[in-house]
Design a protein around this ligand. Structure first.
Ligand code: NAD
Length: 380
């Protein structure tokens, strides 16, 4: 029997555990002796191969972070691109040595179903377009990563999760900070409660945004800084709460200093999140000031991300026990390698669609609180 032929068509259409289960049942009575050795070898080769990733949407994040990170990954590599801009194709194919048959556009995306070199589609477009592309990629039988925010509504998150479930592919959100050493330490502290539960949290995330683009276009971005930057504080606070989500929120939108630019979305918004154990987070996000800070306090100690709390490098972090200094890691490479490993081993990703949906539900509550001026319960 040609095991390679057996494995190839199955691997991109089924989660690994389904594949292994199917294979072991189907071959239980047949495989003995040297055949068993051959099967073990093929399985081990398959487990050790590098998965092919296509980047869909070749803007700044793909160009400056994800593409370069895919040169550093060990479990996956850049196999192709999906782009709506033909003028970008030559540079990408030259820079990464991509095959012409692995170049797709937004119209012929479905054809990746027939391409065994592609295992993962990474959607890196404005948020409102994530659902369409994630669903199309899943229907083509590919595992999917959606950039954050996962979508612009909870209903769309549900559609994405359902499509991936129906296609039996894994869905991850680009929550790279789960792989960052400082944030891993925060999760450890939250879990082991070294400093006690973190009861008081504060966050500020912003940059000055001065041009018309999808980040301030309600239809494409779903909102302004809350969707683009505030989501980091939402997510970080849930990490610091050991994975719990807030039960209710309050919010106030500040008056706009550039109403002509921020005519569709907020410019600055302040909000609070109340957690089930009584912990509180006070946060602000803005396209009118620069900040990237996050501080959490428990009865027995504190952790303070003083600079670059949520960015790729340059994190400055102190704790009540002294400064933390970890070697910088490539967060994006670690994130993509872990996803590839999940697919190869059948493990479920720790940054699945449910987390993206949870954050979307919290953000929706924050917007409703700002609109109504009332405390709003988070409907998960
Ligand atoms: P960008 O504007 O630089 O790139 C967007 C890409 O989408 C471009 O290639 C553009 O051609 C394409 N696109 C397709 N249809 C479009 C449309 N109708 N309008 C506008 N662009 C369209 O944006 P970016 O900074 O690369 O962000 C893309 C995604 O990545 C967003 O979801 C963003 O939140 C996310 N992002 C994540 C991080 C992170 O650290 N995880 C960092 C930056 C951006």
């Amino acid at each position: 029997m040609n095991w390679t032929k057996l494995i190839r068509p199955l691997k991109s259409n089924f989660p690994r555990r389904d594949f292994l289960r199917g294979l072991s049942l189907g071959t239980a009575g047949l495989v003995t002796g040297s055949r068993l050795g051959c099967l073990a070898e093929v399985l081990s080769q398959n487990k050790n191969r590098k998965l092919g990733v296509v980047l869909l949407g070749l803007g700044k994040y793909s160009t400056n972070q994800l593409g370069p990170a895919l040169r550093a990954t060990k479990r996956c590599y850049l196999a192709g691109i999906v782009t709506g801009s033909p003028e970008k194709v030559e540079k990408w194919t030259n820079d990464y040595g991509l095959k012409q048959q692995n170049v797709y556009n937004y119209q012929n995306l479905e054809k990746i179903a027939d391409n065994p070199e592609i295992d993962i589609v990474y959607v890196v477009t404005p948020p409102a377009l994530h659902p369409e592309f994630v669903i199309r990629a899943a229907k083509a039988g590919k595992h999917v990563i959606s950039e954050k925010p996962m979508a612009t509504s909870v209903v769309d998150c549900d559609r994405m999760i359902a499509a991936c479930k129906a296609a039996r592919v894994q869905l991850a959100v680009g929550y790279r900070l789960h792989y960052d050493l400082y944030h891993k330490e925060m999760m450890r502290l939250a879990k082991e409660q070294d400093f006690g539960p973190f009861m008081k949290m504060t966050g500020d995330r912003g940059f000055v945004f001065g041009q018309r683009a999808w980040r301030i276009d309600k239809k494409l971005g779903g909102g302004g800084p809350m969707m683009d930057l505030g989501i980091y504080i939402v997510h970080g606070a849930c990490m610091a709460a050991n994975g719990a989500a807030p039960v209710s929120v309050t919010a106030v939108e500040e008056p706009k200093t550039k109403p002509e630019l921020f005519n569709e979305v907020e410019e600055t918004i302040r909000w609070t999140m109340d957690f089930p154990n009584g912990a509180k987070c006070q946060a602000v996000t803005s396209f009118n000031h620069s900040a990237d800070k996050f501080r959490i306090e428990g009865a027995k100690g504190w952790m303070d991300f003083k600079e670059h709390a949520f960015t790729y490098r340059g994190i400055v972090c102190e704790t009540s026990r002294g400064p933390l200094t970890y070697a910088a890691i490539n967060q994006q490479a670690a994130q993509m390698d872990d996803f590839a490993d999940c697919i190869l081993t059948g493990r479920k990703t720790q940054v699945g669609g449910e987390l993206g949906r949870r954050d979307m539900a919290i953000i929706a509550a924050v917007y409703e609180a700002a609109r109504t001026g009332k405390r709003v319960d988070v409907k998960l």
